[in-house]
Design a protein around this ligand. Structure first.
Ligand SMILES: O=C(O)C(=O)C[C@]1(C(=O)O)C=C[C@@H](O)C=C1
Length: 287
């Protein structure tokens, strides 16, 4: 039976591209959801088997909504990760005489897409107000539905094929090396294509703040020559200045080394929660 894979809708988001890449060759049906929380909740309450959510962007950093919901609200393992190149474009409703940039009064997009295009907006559209919406494709759809308004959306070039839109300007992101990491979460294991690269993500909670606590956590990995690719603190939401550490270990799970490091960290009084061990892929094509 075909299983469902929730993605951030409507059609035309970057998350949909990631979802379609994950679904490739699998009996999975991508279904749109209105926001990240709804995707994770739908998987958590068994409405769909899997979900794809953005996790981190190379310009703007962590998607806090995803990280926090995975930590605090649901207990869903990460099953895979895909890094996609991201190209942001300024899109306007299709008309015979395209709207000049100086006439645009309002720019709609997802906060991450706006953040990736700050310089472009400041230099080229200082007169426009910014409106944050749930996804880049929702922005594109909204602009296409109001062709008489001097509005623009920021999103993928694919949107000009999905909605009556045209490019006002292509490639407006402030840095060319723009990538977003998306994660696949699910309640059931999924047979993923083989990857040379594997990651394990853990959450470490320190018992209390004492000198060298984080140093001791990192030492457990360092002397075992275990490579970490990310360490990030997120608030526990229990007190000001109280944090979890999210650590990505970029290495095939070793049956002795990694559990040994976790046991050493637990022995100094820290809690270790595993968020998943999963393959990761880098997608080369741009859009
Ligand atoms: O709005 C979209 O198209 C999304 O898929 C979300 C999202 C994000 O949250 O980071 C995904 C990739 C880009 O970085 C911009 C927006």
């Amino acid at each position: 039976m075909e299983k469902k894979l929730a993605f951030l809708g409507p059609h035309g988001t970057f998350t949909e591209q990631a979802a379609r890449a994950f679904a490739n060759g699998q009996a999975l049906k991508p279904v749109p959801y209105p926001n990240i929380i709804e995707i994770l909740n739908a998987v958590n309450r068994h409405e769909v088997e899997y979900g794809v959510v953005p996790m981190e962007n190379s310009i703007e950093g962590t998607v806090n909504m995803t990280m926090d919901w995975l930590i605090h609200e649901v207990d869903l393992p990460i099953l895979g990760e895909l890094a996609l190149p991201i190209t942001q474009n300024l899109l306007v409703a299709k008309r015979d005489n395209p709207l000049p940039l100086s006439d645009i009064t309002r720019v709609l997009s997802h906060p991450q897409a706006i953040a990736q295009s700050h310089n472009f907006l400041r230099e080229n559209l200082p007169q426009a107000s910014i409106e944050y919406v749930n996804s880049t494709a929702l922005a594109a759809q909204t602009v296409s539905e109001h062709p008489d308004e001097p509005w623009a959306a920021i999103g993928t070039g694919l949107n000009v094929e999905l909605y009556p839109l045209q490019f006002a300007q292509e490639q407006i992101q402030d840095f060319s090396n723009n990538y977003t990491r998306f994660v696949l979460v699910g309640r059931e294991p999924l047979d993923m294509p083989a990857s040379e690269r594997e990651k394990t993500t853990i959450l470490v909670t320190l018992p209390e703040d004492f000198p060298g606590a984080l140093y001791q956590v990192l030492a457990a990995f360092a002397w075992r020559k275990i490579n970490l690719s990310r360490i990030e603190s997120r608030p526990t939401k229990k007190a000001l200045g109280s944090y979890y550490f999210v650590i990505d270990i970029e290495q095939k799970m070793d049956e002795i080394l990694l559990p040994g490091a976790f046991a050493e960290i637990e022995a100094i009084g820290c809690q270790v929660r595993q968020l998943g061990t999963y393959p990761f892929y880098l997608h080369q094509t741009n859009s």
